[in-house]
Design a protein around this ligand. Structure first.
Ligand SMILES: Nc1ncnc2c1ncn2[C@@H]1O[C@H](COP(=O)(O)OP(=O)(O)O)[C@@H](O)[C@H]1O
Ligand SMILES: [Mg+2]
Length: 250
């Protein structure tokens, strides 16, 4: 009688314990979303909408699921980031009883540079402490860190592999669903992080790729890796139509 009722019920149950991306067509292709408290890398070269997609996930989880989020920016200023997001219809001021905290660590970066003493900041420590403080203060569930490349340019990693391992472990202990933006400098090499350890430390990898088609540049999305999840590895065209991301699956 109601042929659509059963699939809808199924999708609802499937999404339990998962964070939806709200990219139309995507969540149903990975058991309802990304398992909660995973660390997921959002990878791609510059201009592949990594920041936009990550913020979009944060925004929609706040708006629809009432999950509070933290966006830590290490490269783009808070003002520039929010101007871009507001233009795309994602004004955090429209979120009434939930919200997004945008932490601008580029300011700290500038302040340190202007210090004559050249005093060293322990960036890893200060990022972790800041996140922890906001997480507790506002009961946040979702975190975006933008970006790994910016962190690498600030922090001194004497022993990159074990230092990155430590950083990921500390993030994992926070028990939040975490999205780490990783800029790929040489996308042909499919190196998702700079040191080649990030991809196995992460639970999931979302790859955004650009492809030239004559004079057009098209954007594609693939779930490259997602632990404990059935998903396929197709590269789907990714569109942003003014207020919603969608993948084209036919
Ligand atoms: N509706 C849209 N569709 C496709 N691309 C867009 C749209 N709106 C903005 N952009 C592009 O997205 C870019 C910004 O994306 P951003 O999330 O900052 O990328 P990244 O973080 O990967 O560098 C802008 O420079 C602009 O070219
Ligand atoms: Mg960006």
């Amino acid at each position: 009688m109601f042929p659509q009722a059963y699939p809808l019920y199924k999708v609802k149950n499937m999404a339990e314990g998962r964070i939806r991306t709200f990219v139309h067509g995507l969540d149903s292709r990975m058991e309802g979303g990304i398992p909660e408290n995973y660390i997921t890398l959002i990878c791609g070269r510059a201009g592949t909408m990594k920041s936009t997609l990550s913020y979009y996930i944060l925004f929609n989880n706040a708006k629809i699921k009432k999950k509070r989020g933290i966006y830590v920016t290490l490269e783009q200023s808070r003002v520039s980031l929010l101007e871009h997001m507001i233009k795309l219809g994602m004004d955090p001021r429209t979120l009434s009883d939930s919200g997004i905290v945008v932490i601008d660590m580029t300011r700290l970066r500038k302040e340190t540079k202007s210090k004559a003493s050249g005093e060293d900041i322990n960036w890893v420590e200060s990022i972790l402490t800041t996140i922890q403080t906001y997480k507790v203060k506002y009961a946040c569930d979702v975190l975006v860190l933008d970006s790994l490349a910016a962190l690498y340019s600030l922090a001194t990693f004497n022993n990159p592999r074990s230092d990155i391992f430590f950083f990921f472990e500390k993030l994992r202990e926070m028990e939040m669903s975490i999205f780490i933006i990783s800029e790929m400098l040489d996308p042909d090499k499919e190196l998702f992080g700079m040191f080649g350890v990030e991809d196995f430390l992460a639970d999931g990898i979302v790859h955004l790729d650009l492809e030239k088609d004559g004079r057009r540049v098209n954007l594609f999305l693939s779930i490259f890796k997602m632990r404990k999840t059935n998903h396929d590895r197709g590269y789907y065209p990714l569109l942003f139509d003014g207020n919603r991301f969608e993948i084209i699956t036919d």
